[in-house]
Design a protein. Sequence first.
Length: 318
Amino acid sequence: MRRDITKLPSVSQGKPAGFYQDNSNSFLLEDSLQNSIAQTVSFRGKGMHSGREAIVHLKPAAAGLGIRFRRLDGNGPDNWVPALWDRVVRYPACTCIANEHGVSVRTVEHLMAACYATGIDNLDVEIEGEEVPILDGSAQPIVDLIESAGIVDLGEKRRVLEILKPVSYENEHRKFSFEPYDGFAVDINIYPGEYGHMPWTGDMTPAVFKQEIIGAKAWGRLKDIWLPKIVGNFLKNPILRGAGLNTAVVYAFGRPINPSGLLHANDMVRHKVLDIIGDLQLVGGDIRGKITCHSSAHVTNHAGMAALFKTADAWRWQ
């Protein structure tokens, strides 16, 4: 029987403003079982960066296989790409993974975040295209799709990565760090110029993620979107071709210009949390520890994971 992860979080007393705490003990650690989806479901849409349409099929997978991507627009058995931190390749403004044969899949972070929200840790993702569709810019549509497919436990314990001592990665004004913690918590801080300091701090569980984070959309400033879109037309690997009012929150003149507006005033930092959780799924299991990040970016998230795994005495699998 799968643990209930739909219980809404309660806000703790005596914590700083913006600190969320889930008292349901549902952070899916070592006493929980591995899950997959009950049946195949599919979705389609355009990529945020390529602007090209892709079709994605989410299929059940056996315990212990983890999350794997398979490109269907190629031939042979070499099209599988494991969703793991050491498969990350450098790409601007997204998380891209590739195998040893150079087969890659771009913008996997929202799908990985949706797997966290629904407790999925074994999944075969077949994709007809190069990039996971951005949909509405959040993880909500993929979460809804997974839940419509049904979720089954696979009878084996989940993998849990326990943080044993602090490890940090710093680069100029960006910092990403791990430290021991009894549970899973995040402390995320961004500083988007004229919008000031935006923090999000608290216990992170699938329940908290679903309640507070999954609906926050990708965002960007109008001036930072259109120039890369134009320049990207002349690049081998374009960026932001699919960006627009239907796929992201666009800011101009100090406010969002989308007719739908925002879910929350601090959706900027909430979406950063979404991206971080999606990227952290690439460790290959749940995390027992606390994450602190200043001025988050995908490249910082990736470097933070690499720094952790290079420090052999800072972690262990439970």
